[in-house]
Design a protein around this ligand. Structure first.
Ligand SMILES: *[C@@H]1O[C@H](CO)[C@@H](O)[C@H](O)[C@H]1NC(C)=O
Ligand SMILES: *[C@@H]1O[C@H](CO)[C@@H](O)[C@H](O)[C@H]1NC(C)=O
Ligand SMILES: *[C@@H]1O[C@H](CO)[C@@H](O)[C@H](O)[C@H]1NC(C)=O
Ligand SMILES: *[C@@H]1O[C@H](CO)[C@@H](O)[C@H](O)[C@H]1NC(C)=O
Ligand SMILES: CC(=O)N[C@H]1CO[C@H](CO)[C@@H](O)[C@@H]1O
Ligand SMILES: CC(=O)N[C@H]1CO[C@H](CO)[C@@H](O)[C@@H]1O
Length: 878
């Protein structure tokens, strides 16, 4: 969602007399070889066992709905009007869909949790789930039906990309496991989670369609799509996610909101998604075409250019059904998917009504803020939903803190030292933590990026306050220009705070249009210079970095006085004590990098390192690097990064012992077994309904700009005439069909063929804290190296991870990692299925090497799937 874009769009819209017509922008040519294949019809939902009951209930309700009720609940009532339409007569409410992935946006008395990237840096499944539970409780407490998170697209392919921080890190497995756990936590509270953005939204600039230019096209080949970008969506569907949000950009030239191959084919048929697909705000660009392509809900309901009271759906969807262009069958499926998701989460029972407004902080205000004249009423109840969630927020922030370097064991610090603190990032924004709308400024401690992925801070625990609570001798220089300071003592400790921000394209901050197009991989506000100046003066410099993603550290990293570097990522409201708990040794740091930090920006290929600039027509973003992003690329090229993916130090050391591997479900074929047939889905009458089902009630009083699903009497009659006589034909897209298909071999249940999700091998080991002074949590990361085969694969790929509980010195624990069929497979483009290349023709198991370690470049322990042996003390493979 993007506020400033709206005003721009509205201004542009004045020039665009045809803005309510469902014209599709002409498609621009994509590079040779990339095609957006047609996939029709939209598969019906309701064929998996886990959703059967909810679909039965949904069918019973949808059968009673009129045409206008169905088209009412499949679309929003208009931007700034909030929510979807309802079917009040049948007790189906307006659904409140609310940002953001890190907390309930635009309201008070909530918790501003650490961002996705911070959550990913914990590598801690229990904590990720606990954050999901707490988020779900807060959304429910505010009466929001749908949590617009988590985000796994962007994946973090481009280090400069603006919204990477909303996701969990630049690896599909870290993203996928984190997303699935978040979804389970949120949905266990009865809130529908939304996995977003499907797919390829890897940069902000040029992402959106406007009347003059299409959004950029992410050109992704089939194997790369499956093994990287789609992977976390598959985990999310497997976790039972209730909704999916499409992306702004196009894929292979076709807009994500109406890409039939992506929505109908990949998401609904192959991954077996049973919930509903919504558009991102104002990303819908057509009416009939998007319905046929599988979109189920249009948000916020307006056309591409909003605020004129026009919609591609709502009244026009009623018309499209009456005139026979959108089969009633498709509308029934859309409606049933939405209602089924509502039942699936139990929202039919005692679900609270929304008790806040994201448009205003006032108790009473306009009820329809986008209308010129609107009645007033109470819109905010200030319900406090925080409970004790600050504890989880703080734990996540703390366990994400990634110690990159700690020379001379300078950390942890003694509170009796003399501290000189530098950098405006150490203290809360002096204008207040929420002074900038949607956090679209970089002032004070950076707790989150900017854009729609933010929440308001209820308070802000800043580092400087927390440091002052611990230590008596603290001098703070609240400036980013190195000040004149008294002659330092050798024992002085300089703490230098620097940051790097990014966000959504709807705002430009200090020349950065969402992506870090201007700042690039340098610290903001001349932070690198601040570190260098401090390092020239003081003997002991500790650098704390709040950042949306990687930075280049080379200017100062190796200066002798730069003793320690910590990445605190984006901590949310709990930035202070989470940091001092680490700095002063309350506990050991245990965060790990959710991306690699290279020595130079161009250590990555230009398709990834560079942002796409302006082009006439559609900007083309071609994924020519294929599977090779982040550590996959660096390893392939033999390029050593400054810090590898997964790196993170502790104050203590851990040992791995008694390592063993055992088969669980034996893989004896390289292909998964045949899928089960789809179970029957709800059947409805497909006859065009009577025109009066779409006619507005007599004496109905329209609120200006509010989007309704009713037509005028003559409009309804005319459309019905066309539909029932077949006097005009809709020009259906190439490949259009109305006959439901059996679905691909790679499908079969939520997440695809269930065989893909069976655990093939389990590795167990003992992890011991072999230090003597500090307790700490260890991260065990499992990377798979594939056997030689006709498929080229990245040298190692993360497949599972575990974080231990807090281990006291000498304490030991047993951990387990699991490796599924999918974790040992590649996507075969010819076969259109997952193939495990290590399974031999005679059914015996070949050699996958499962590497274990605390980081992607410190893999010294390996287990082999053929001999079922494990050994340690090896030279790392990368
Ligand atoms: C994009 O084009 C490539 C190359 O033809 C194809 O393999 C892939 O399936 C296409 N993806 C989509 C989503 O259409
Ligand atoms: C559509 O939803 C709006 C908002 O809840 C409601 O006022 C209107 O009556 C609904 N229309 C129908 C046909 O139920
Ligand atoms: C039916 O109505 C829709 C929405 O206005 C329109 O796009 C479509 O072209 C119409 N179909 C026919 C056959 O007139
Ligand atoms: C951990 O082990 C490494 C080398 O094995 C050693 O250099 C380091 O000092 C140890 N750290 C602690 C905190 O014991
Ligand atoms: C407990 C708490 O933070 N309550 C706040 C809820 O929101 C209102 C309005 O912003 C504040 O006045 C309360 O202090
Ligand atoms: C409008 C509305 O339903 N407000 C409710 C918000 O939630 C609180 C607490 O759950 C209720 O007391 C309000 O009635």
């Amino acid at each position: 969602m993007g506020t400033s874009f709206l005003w721009l769009a509205a201004a542009l819209g004045l020039l665009d007399s045809g803005c309510h017509a469902s014209t599709v922008l002409p498609r621009d040519a994509v590079p040779a070889g990339f095609v957006a294949r047609p996939y029709y019809p939209a598969p019906h939902g309701g064929w998996t066992a886990s959703w059967r009951e909810s679909y039965a209930k949904a069918q019973a309700l949808v059968e009673q709905m009129t045409l206008a009720e169905k088209t009412n609940i499949t679309g929003g009532v208009g931007i700034y009007m909030g929510n979807t339409g309802s079917a009040d007569r049948l007790g189906f409410p307006q659904l409140c869909l609310q940002d953001s992935a890190l907390g309930v946006a635009s309201t008070d008395n909530i918790t501003a949790f650490p961002a996705g990237i911070t959550t990913g840096a914990t590598f801690d499944k229990d904590l990720i789930y606990a954050r999901g539970v707490a988020l779900g409780q807060e959304f429910r407490g505010k009466g929001a039906n749908v949590y617009l998170g988590p985000a796994v697209g962007p994946m973090g392919r481009k280090p400069l990309g603006g919204r990477n921080w909303e996701g969990f890190g630049s690896d599909p497995v870290l993203q996928g496991i984190s997303a699935a756990l978040t979804i389970k936590g949120v949905q266990a509270q009865g809130v529908v989670a939304t996995i977003k953005h499907l797919i390829g939204n890897e940069q902000e600039m040029f992402r959106m369609y406007n009347p003059f230019q299409p959004g950029y096209s992410a050109n992704i080949d089939d194997r790369t799509l499956h093994e990287l970008y789609l992977w976390p969506f598959a985990d999310s569907v497997h976790a039972g996610v209730g909704s999916v949000m499409t992306a702004y950009n196009a894929v292979n030239g076709s807009a994500s909101s109406q890409n039939s191959y992506l929505i109908n084919g990949i998401l609904k048929d192959e991954l077996g998604f049973q919930g509903f697909v919504m558009s991102d705000w104002l990303s819908q660009i057509s009416g009939v075409a998007s319905a046929l392509a599988g979109l189920d809900m249009a948000m916020p309901g307006d056309t591409m250019v909003p605020l004129f009271g026009f919609s591609y759906w709502k009244y026009d969807l009623s018309r499209s059904v009456l005139n026979g262009s959108v089969p009633l069958d498709r509308l029934n499926d859309m409606t049933t998917r939405i209602v089924a998701a509502w039942y699936q989460m139990g929202q039919d029972k005692n679900y609270p009504r929304p008790n806040f407004s994201s448009n205003t902080k006032n108790r009473e205000d306009l009820l329809y803020p986008a209308a010129i004249a609107s009645p007033r009423g109470q819109v905010n109840w200030f319900v406090n939903v925080q409970a004790d969630h600050y504890k989880i927020a703080r734990q996540v922030a703390q366990d994400a803190i990634t110690l990159l370097k700690n020379d001379d064991n300078i950390l942890p610090l003694s509170p009796s030292a003399s501290f000189k603190v530098f950098g405006t990032d150490a203290a809360v924004n002096p204008d207040g933590p929420n002074a900038c709308l949607n956090r679209a400024c970089n002032k004070g401690t950076l707790g989150m990026g900017w854009g729609s992925g933010v929440a308001d801070y209820p308070y802000f625990d800043d580092p400087i306050s927390a440091i002052r609570k611990r230590a008596a001798d603290v001098t703070y220089y609240q400036t980013d220009n190195f000040p004149s300071v008294p002659t330092p003592k050798d024992s002085d400790i300089a703490l230098v705070f620097i940051n790097s921000d990014a966000g959504e394209n709807s705002f430009t901050v200090e020349g950065n249009n969402g992506d870090r197009n201007s700042a690039k991989l340098a610290a903001w506000h001349n932070g690198d210079e601040l570190v260098k100046r401090a390092a020239a003066k003081y003997k002991n410099v500790i650098v704390v970095v709040h950042t949306v993603g990687p930075l280049l550290l080379e200017q100062w990293h190796d200066l002798p006085s730069v003793k320690a570097v910590l990445f605190a990522h984006l901590p949310g409201q709990e930035a202070g004590e989470s940091l001092t708990n680490i700095l002063f040794g309350e506990t050991s740091p245990c965060g790990h990098l959710p991306y690699s930090i290279t020595k130079k920006a161009d250590d990555l290929p230009s398709s990834v390192a560079d942002l796409k600039g302006f082009a006439f027509g559609q900007v083309q973003d071609t994924y020519s690097e294929g599977l090779y992003i982040d550590y996959r690329y660096l390893n392939k090229m033999g390029t050593k990064p400054r810090y590898a993916f997964g790196h993170g130090l502790s104050y203590t050391n851990f040992s791995f012992s008694e390592i063993s591997i055992s088969p669980v479900t034996r893989l004896t074929t390289s292909l998964p077994g045949p899928r089960a047939a789809k179970a029957p889905t709800p059947q409805f009458s497909t006859a065009i309904p009577p025109a009066n089902e779409a006619k507005a009630p007599k004496g109905f009083n329209k609120i200006w700009r509010y989007l309704y699903s009713w037509l005028l009497d003559n409009e309804a009659d005319e459309a019905y005439q066309i539909g029932t006589t077949g006097s005009k034909k809709y020009p259906y897209p190439e490949g259009y069909s109305n006959v439901q298909t059996a679905g691909p071999a790679s499908g079969g249940d939520e997440g695809g063929n269930p065989a893909l999700w069976e655990t093939a091998f389990e590795v167990t080991l003992k992890v011991k804290n072999i230090g003597t002074r500090f307790s700490g949590k260890a991260s065990v990361q499992g990377y798979v190296q594939y056997p030689e085969s006709k498929y080229e694969t990245p040298i190692v790929q993360l497949r599972d991870f575990v974080k231990t509980k807090e281990l006291a010195p000498g304490e030991e624990t047993t951990v387990r990692l699991g490796f599924k069929r999918r974790d040992l497979s590649v996507w075969d483009v010819e076969e259109q299925n997952w193939v495990a290349p290590g399974v031999k023709a005679d059914g015996s198991m070949g050699r996958y090497t499962i590497w274990l370690g605390e980081s992607s470049d410190r893999l010294r322990v390996a287990c082999y799937t053929d001999t079922l042996e494990c050994e340690g003390g090896l030279e790392p493979v990368v």
